[in-house]
Design a protein around this ligand. Structure first.
Ligand code: ZN
Length: 114
């Protein structure tokens, strides 16, 4: 059981989750949702919301253990914003569970085309 009380563990968790994002960005995994580096369940979801060339908000979160990170990020070359206005206009952090399947199928489709 991993605990996230301390800063060091929090940082390690953040870097482990961002490593998963980089593997996805590089096309090194087509497995979406990914295995969570914190709890090892296949419940790690990733989403970018691009708002300018080379600029996006990144969300990565695990439905199983509730680990999550949000950061500014350069989107992958292959990223296209989801054309679902409900998802795009919602506050994503409050709706992870609700939108995860729409988001995952969007990411899988982009990976297939990339
Ligand atoms: Zn997890």
């Amino acid at each position: 059981m991993t605990s996230f009380g301390g800063n060091k563990q929090g940082l390690e968790m953040m870097y482990a989750m961002l490593d998963c994002v980089e593997a996805l960005r590089a096309g090194n995994t087509q497995h979406v949702p990914m295995n969570c580096p914190v709890c090892n369940e296949a419940e790690l979801h990733v989403f970018w919301r691009q708002y300018a060339p080379q600029k996006a908000g990144l969300w990565v979160w695990c439905i199983s253990c509730r680990a999550e990170q949000h950061a500014n990020s350069r989107p992958p070359e292959w990223w296209v914003n989801l054309s679902n206005t409900d998802v795009e206009s919602s506050l994503l952090v409050d709706n992870f569970e609700r939108w995860k399947e729409i988001i995952d199928s969007h990411v899988r489709q982009l990976l297939l085309l990339s």
